[in-house]
Structure formats: C-alpha cells, structure tokens
Design a binder for this molecule. Structure first.
Ligand code: ZN
Length: 143
C-alpha cells in the first residue's frame, strides 16, 4: 500500500493557551465572532476552533486540569504552537505503514479527537521538531 501526499490537507494548527477567553480579543478584532468550542475529556482540554476560508483552522487549546498534557506543555515551554494537524484518510493503515517504516509514533492506534475525528500523534523527533497530529474526519462529517 502506498500513500499519496496529494490527499493530505492542513486541518489545523494547535496553539496552547492558558485561557481561550484571554486569547480571543485578537481573533475578534480580526473579525471572527463565532467560535465553536468543545471539551475533549480524553485530552483534558477545552478547544476553540477559529475557522479559515481554506477549510483549515486555528485550534486554541486550554487545559481543563493540571494533569492535562497542555498544562504541562505551557508550564515547560510557555504558551505557543503545540502541534500541526494533517487531515488524512485510512488512518489505521497509514499508522501501520509509518510504523513499518520506522517512524516514531506516540499513538500506534487512533484515539477519539475533537469533532469525533480519529486522531494519532507522531513524535516530534520524527518530524523535524514539531508534534504532528494525523486526523481522519468522521465518515460523512462536514469539516
Ligand atoms: Zn489538534
């Protein structure tokens, strides 16, 4: 099985913030007014999506607990870009292929993400230093 890079799209850029509310004035000033927010209990984060014209988003991630990875990230490195997310298809098969090729993964299997997507993370040591999230949209979902 081979994969075609042409199927991949930038889904979102994840920014770790202490408070979504505190980050919003900039986005409001830019003209955004409706932010879809969602709590992802498995990740202990609240997320707000700032939608862009080309179907990608900026995802603001606020920790909901001190044992959230986002809380730990902010403690260690400060608020800022946390990950980049690529929209993919056949995520299970893709993960198998990456593993076979020796790519260091954080998740061997997809887990539930925001919007009922299936997501998995690739270790920053394999990607050039940035955490990369792979996300397969729920079948039939509107992105
Ligand atoms: Zn994300």
């Amino acid at each position: 099985m081979s994969f075609d890079w042409k199927q991949y799209e930038l889904d979102h850029i994840g920014i770790a913030v202490k408070s979504i509310e505190d980050a919003l004035p900039f986005y409001r000033a830019m003209g955004w007014h409706n932010f879809a927010t969602e709590v992802v209990p498995t990740e202990k984060v609240k997320v707000a999506f700032v939608k862009l014209k080309n179907q990608s988003n900026i995802e603001l991630l606020e920790p909901t607990s001190t044992d959230s990875v986002i809380h730990k990230f902010i403690e260690k490195r400060g608020a800022g870009i946390h990950h980049i997310c690529l929209r993919v298809q056949q995520i299970e098969t893709l993960l198998g292929e990456l593993k076979k090729q020796g790519v260091r993964l954080i998740d061997d299997r997809p887990r539930p993400g925001a919007h009922n997507c299936k997501v998995a993370f690739v270790h920053p040591s394999a990607t050039g230093g940035v955490l990369i999230e792979l996300s397969e949209p729920q079948a039939g979902a509107h992105i």
